[in-house]
Structures are given as structure tokens and as C-alpha cells.
Design a protein around this ligand. Structure first.
Ligand SMILES: Cc1ncc(C[n+]2csc(CCOP(=O)(O)OP(=O)(O)O)c2C)c(N)n1
Ligand SMILES: [Mg+2]
Length: 662
């Protein structure tokens, strides 16, 4: 006899309680409250095949309430994914176990995205749903036809990014996005009444979502609501009324179950009340058998999909697209054309020119901007807008939603088959930063086109002029920050970002820059992270390191120094992370390990000097801006902060005199 849905759900409850108890850490409340809803979703609706977590046409499931990670680990184990094993679950939250505190996509296939920072799961799901509709428009129903399901908690829906994500999903009419809201009216501090009285359902309706309600503790009712949601062409919010920690007789319905082990006595009482096996980590045979059958439910659909793929004339192209490798064959011919006709341009414009070549060569790119299209230069001529009426479009008007855009791009990148890039002003990386951090942690190939990268943006003034941004972004692990110095470097940096398996930031100028690289090189010079743009004409006494718009200032200052007999190298450093990864002898050649008395190292960047001692040494000279900017035309702002060739050369010679450097 088939076990009841409640018994299937209770297996989730048991594993969640036991794992949290064993770790003496974790969150039992959410998995226990949503176990019935998850059972309905996984045994009746979700299209998946536990034997192949990478099946491209699987439905995506995102646990936005990542603290409830045991819900997901239990589901993956019960439905028969290779990992986590029961032993992995017994080692919940322990060093080296894939059952990390919060779900991590890089630890377990079946975990689509990394969640835990509340709100971002829903926003990434929006990106997944966009990628699905786009690929469907390109490849048709035979190859791409899946849905995106989310479980979200009160916290996910309170976070600001939810408003951005919901607005975007409504505007793009992402009807295959279904969010199950764990409406348990409890967060860590207690009742949601402490902090929320907005009508969450009405808010989603206002954002053009379909909404419905169900008893989240009744699998049949949840299933009915999911059917209703699937039938509606709008994105859906299903309000699941639940009880946090359901089954823990004395603690259920209270914040006490949210994020702590229930305790031995309460677990015993829950076991008895729910009719669970007395032994911990034990799932009855008939229950496990039923779950494993659910894990194979998608097998037939998977096989049919494979047949359609085999029969498709576009099979190779489709698989290559999902594989995600891109060629940089566009780069050489593009740079050759570029150097044949050099003129001063802003790197944001150079980026647009490179994108004309890239978007023609690489159909996987999907561009966009958070309402600064004309300033970020992100839209190339041939790109059509991606809209509710044209999912085949490749340009997204994200609106003024930097965080929502960045999170959606994470979802798109992790869905696969598309390479998202999106723009705003560099200063507003602050608005997108939590998602940039998740791009980095998750190895999501997202390309951030961040223009107006210094005081060089001019008149908009200190609110818009980044100061600490470049260095603070460089401090983030697994993120490459590029600041190209001219049009050739811009193209090189684009090629590197596209070929990366993680995120990149392109910091680009508003103001025009002099072309510095005037010949097509045989290699991508920016790949080294830093390279000698000009070698000292007389014995080397000074090395100037500069990035982006300050490289031309460094070159002009070096010329003045050379006139005084001071041999000066100029090193262009478009990407410090890449330079740090070079072999020792290369780094030694560019920045020899000698005292600053022998060779003075100078850094120039129109931003904070914080951290540049990493390359100049403590006794080197760091030229930058350690205060907020000024509202003035770019030229005047640069002069005001002493960022001119004459002032830089003067500061270097003064510094040498003071320090007694010959
Ligand atoms: C951005 C962010 N802020 C704070 C937290 C810490 N945190 C984890 S869960 C939680 C409460 C979430 O409440 P709810 O979504 O209702 O989850 P439930 O207690 O119902 O399981 C908080 C504040 C977080 N994970 N992410
Ligand atoms: Mg809650």
C-alpha cells in the first residue's frame, strides 16, 4: 500500500530534526512546517530525474529560505540523488560535508543556487525563469519547456530585493515561476506582527502576479493550488498557511523552532506524536521506496526529451550552448580593425564597440541595464528587447533595480545557456553588492558593466563618484575586477570576462581616453593582469603602476621624469587578481622585489589609496583620492586632486628628494 503523503512528509521532518540535533545547530522549524507542501511538489509536480541532476530540461527548484537547508537535503536523499547520502546527512554542517549550513550549488548537484542571504533565492529564480523563456523562444518546446519553483519564507518576502524581483517578474509575465510562501507568521524575533502589516498577497497582485492560498499542511490542497498556479499565465504566489516546527508538540508555532535543535525530550515527543520510527535517522522501508519512486517519476519524460534532442537538427548547437564555452575568435579581427582607426574614446564606448563584435559572434549573451542603457552603452544595435511579448530578445530593461538585476543575472548564469551582462554606475555596485558576492561564491559567469568609474564622471559629483569601490570589490574572493585603460584593453578584458567561469566587473570611464595600445598584439596582454606598457629609457628608478584612465597620466608623467634622467617604467594593471596569479618570475620582472630606495614604486588610481601598498610597498608612493569627490567638470576635478602629469611627476620627484632616493 502506498504510504500517505503525511508519512512521506514525516520522513522529511524526522531527518531534519535528527540532523539538527546531531549537529546541535541548524533550523528544524522551516523543514517541519513545509514538509507537506514539499512532498506535494516533489511527488506530483516537479519535473526531475534524481539520476541526472543536470538534465537541462528539468524544472528548477530553489529553496530561497536557505536556512531550511535540511528540507532540501532530505528531499535529495529521499528521492535518490547520489548525494547527499544518509551519512552526509548525519554529518550535517560538519567540515568537508556537502550538507553545508546553507545549500551551496558548488557542493551538491540538485542544489540549483546558493541560498541563505534572504530574498536572493526568489530574485535568482526570476533570472532562471527568464533564461528558460528565452531558450524556449530560441529552441522551442521540444528542447526547453520547464518551470521554476521556489519555497520562500516571510524573510524572503520582506527583503527589499523581493520588491525588485516581483516587479521584474510581473513585467516580464514569467508565468512559469511559482513561489510557495511558507506563511507561518514567525521569524527569528517572534511574530511577523512585530514588523510587518503589509498585505503581501495584495502587493504581488499589484505587481501583476497571480495569487492563491492553500493549507500548507495538506498535500492535496497544496497540489490543488499548484495546479491553479500552473494554469495561470502570470507568475504565481501561493500562500501556504503553515505552522513552523509542525509536529514538535510543545514548540511548534513558535520562534523557538526556527534556528535551534529542539532538544532530546521534544524530539522524543515529536517522534511519538508523528508516529516516527524510534531510531534516529531511520526512514521506514515503504516510505523510502515511495520516495525513490518519486525520484524516478521524471524518467520517462527525460527519455522522451533525449529522443527529441537526438532527432533535433540543432542538437550540437544546443549542447554547445549549454556547455557554455565561448571562443575569443572575435577579438583579433576586432582589435585589428580598432587599431586601424584610433581616436580618443571613453572605455564605456569602447565596451559598446567590443559588444557589437561579441553579440554578433556569441548568441548566448543577454545584455541589460538598470535604467542607464544610454550611459552604460550596453545595448548594441541588433539587440531586440526581451519582453513579455518577445522572449527571444536579448536586451533586458531591468528598471532601477540594481540588486534585482544582479540577482536575476546570477539565476540566468546558473540556469545555463545564457551569458548575462548588465550595467549601472560603478558607485551603485553598493546597491548590487550582496548579489555580486553571491556571483563570486557561486562561480556564476555574470559580467557587470560598471561605467562612470571615477571622479572622471564629473559634474554629478560625490554621490556618483566611486572612491572606495574598486578596492572593496578587489577584496572580494573569486571576483575579477577589470579596469581597462583604452579601447584595446577594453576588448581584451571583455574576452577574459567571457571566458571566465566566474563573475567579472568591468570598470569603465565616462570620459574619453587617449589610445595607448596602438598595435594589435599577438597575445591578450590584459590576461597577465599587469604588463609593462613603457620601459624605462634610462636605468630604471621608478615604476608607475596605474589602472584605467590614470594610465595615460602615468605615461605623460613618465615622459617628464625621463626628461630629468629618471628612468621610469609604466605598468598598466587592468586586473590585480590576474597579476597576483602570475608565476613568480613574471611578477618579479614587472615588480622586482627590491627596496623602494633602489626602485621607487608608485601607484596611481583615481580612488582610494587603501590597499595599494600591496604593490608599492609600505614606503612607496600612492597617488589617489582618500576623500569623497567633487562636483565639477572632469578636467577640473582631476586637476583639483592633483591627477595631472605635471603634478604626478612633481610629487614623484619631491618624494624621491625627501626620501634621499637618487
Ligand atoms: C539577508 C539576511 N538577513 C538576515 C538573515 C538571518 N536570518 C536567517 S532566517 C531569518 C528569519 C527568517 O524568517 P522566515 O523567513 O519567516 O523563516 P522561518 O523563521 O519562518 O523559518 C533571519 C533574519 C539572513 N539569512 N539573510
Ligand atoms: Mg516565517
Amino acid at each position: 500500500m502506498q504510504p500517505t503523503d503525511r508519512r512521506l512528509a514525516n520522513a522529511i521532518r524526522a531527518l531534519a530534526m535528527d540532523a539538527v540535533e546531531a549537529a546541535n545547530s541548524g533550523h528544524p522549524g522551516m523543514p517541519m512546517g513545509m514538509a507537506d507542501a514539499a512532498t506535494a511538489l516533489f511527488t506530483r509536480h516537479l519535473k526531475f530525474d534524481a539520476s541526472d541532476p543536470h538534465w537541462p530540461d528539468r524544472d528548477r527548484f530553489i529553496l530561497s529560505a536557505g536556512h531550511g537547508s535540511m528540507l532540501l537535503y532530505a528531499l535529495l536523499y529521499l528521492t535518490g540523488y547520489e548525494r547527499p547520502t544518509l551519512d552526509d546527512i548525519k554529518r550535517f554542517r560538519q567540515l568537508g560535508s556537502p550538507t553545508a549550513g546553507h545549500p551551496e550549488n558548488f557542493e551538491l548537484p540538485g542544489v540549483e543556487v546558493t541560498t541563505g542571504p534572504l530574498g536572493q533565492g526568489v530574485a535568482m529564480a526570476v533570472g532562471m525563469a527568464i533564461a528558460e523563456r528565452h531558450l524556449n523562444a530560441v529552441y522551442g518546446d521540444e528542447l526547453v519547456d520547464h518551470r521554476t519553483f521556489v519555497i520562500a519564507g516571510d524573510g524572503d518576502l520582506m527583503e527589499g530585493v523581493n520588491h525588485e524581483a516581483a516587479g521584474l517578474a510581473g513585467n516580464l509575465r514569467l508565468g512559469r515561476l511559482i513561489v510557495l510562501w511558507d506563511d507561518n507568521r514567525i521569524t527569528i524575533d517572534g511574530s511577523t506582527e512585530l514588523s510587518r502589516n503589509e498585505d503581501v498577497v495584495a502587493r504581488h497582485q499589484a505587481a501583476q502576479w497571480h495569487t492563491c492560498e492553500c493549507d500548507g499542511l495538506n498535500a492535496d490542497d497544496v497540489s490543488r493550488a499548484i495546479e491553479e498556479a500552473l494554469a495561470d499565465p502570470r507568475p504565481s504566489l501561493i500562500r501556504c498557511r503553515t505552522i513552523i516546527g509542525f509536529g514538535a508538540p510543545n514548540k511548534q508555532g513558535t520562534a523557538a523552532t526556527h534556528g535551534a535543535a529542539l532538544g532530546k525530550d521534544e524530539v522524543e515527543a515529536a517522534r511519538e506524536g508523528l508516529g516516527l520510527e524510534p531510531e534516529e535517522f531511520t526512514v521506514p522501508d515503504d516510505v523510502l521506496t515511495a520516495w525513490r519512486a518519486a525520484g524516478k517519476r521524471g524518467g520517462i519524460e527525460h527519455a522522451l526529451w533525449k529522443e527529441r534532442l537526438e532527432a533535433s537538427a540543432r542538437k550540437d548547437e544546443f549542447l554547445a550552448r549549454l556547455n557554455g564555452k565561448v571562443s575569443d575568435a572575435w577579438l583579433r579581427p576586432y582589435v585589428e580593425r580598432l587599431v586601424a582607426d584610433l581616436k580618443p574614446i571613453a572605455t564605456r564606448k569602447a565596451s559598446e564597440m567590443a559588444l557589437e563584435a561579441i553579440n554578433a559572434a556569441i548568441p548566448a549573451t543577454i545584455g541589460g541595464s538598470a535604467d542607464l542603457t544610454g550611459s552604460n552603452n550596453t545595448k548594441t544595435k541588433a539587440l531586440e528587447p526581451l519582453t513579455a511579448d518577445n522572449y527571444a530578445g536579448r536586451y533586458i530593461y531591468y528598471g532601477i533595480r540594481e540588486f534585482g538585476m544582479a540577482a536575476a543575472m546570477n539565476g540566468m548564469a546558473l540556469h545555463g545557456g545564457v551569458i548575462p551582462y548588465g550595467g549601472t554606475f560603478l558607485v551603485f555596485t553598493d546597491y548590487a553588492r550582496p548579489a555580486i558576492r553571491l556571483s563570486a561564491l557561486q562561480n556564476a559567469r555574470v559580467i557587470y558593466v560598471m561605467t562612470h568609474d571615477s571622479i572622471g564622471l564629473g559634474e554629478d559629483g560625490p554621490t556618483h563618484q566611486p572612491i572606495e569601490h574598486l578596492q572593496s570589490l578587489r577584496a572580494m574572493p573569486q571576483l575579477d575586477v577589470y579596469r581597462p585603460a583604452d579601447a584595446v584593453e577594453t576588448a581584451e578584458c571583455w574576452a577574459l570576462a567571457l571566458q571566465s567561469d566566474g563573475p567579472s566587473i568591468l570598470a569603465l570611464t565616462r570620459q574619453n581616453l587617449t589610445p595607448l595600445r596602438t598595435q594589435a598584439a599577438s597575445e591578450n596582454m590584459s590576461a597577465r593582469g599587469a604588463y609593462r606598457l613603457k620601459a624605462a629609457g634610462s636605468p630604471r628608478k621608478v615604476i608607475i603602476l596605474a589602472t584605467g584612465s590614470e594610465v595615460e597620466i602615468a605615461l605623460a608623467a613618465a615622459e617628464e621624469l625621463e626628461e630629468q634622467g629618471i628612468g621610469t617604467d609604466v605598468v598598466s594593471m587592468p586586473c590585480t587578481e590576474r597579476f597576483d596569479a602570475q608565476p613568480w618570475d613574471y611578477r618579479e620582472d614587472i615588480l622586482p622585489d627590491v627596496s623602494n630606495r633602489e626602485i621607487l614604486r608608485v601607484s596611481i588610481e583615481a580612488g582610494t589609496t587603501f590597499g595599494w601598498e600591496r604593490y608599492t610597498g609600505l614606503h612607496g608612493l600612492r597617488i589617489g583620492i582618500d576623500r569623497f569627490g567633487v562636483s565639477a567638470p572632469a578636467k577640473d576635478a582631476y586637476a583639483y586632486f592633483g591627477l595631472t602629469a605635471g603634478k604626478v611627476a612633481g610629487r614623484i620627484t619631491d618624494f624621491m628628494k625627501q626620501r634621499g632616493i637618487q
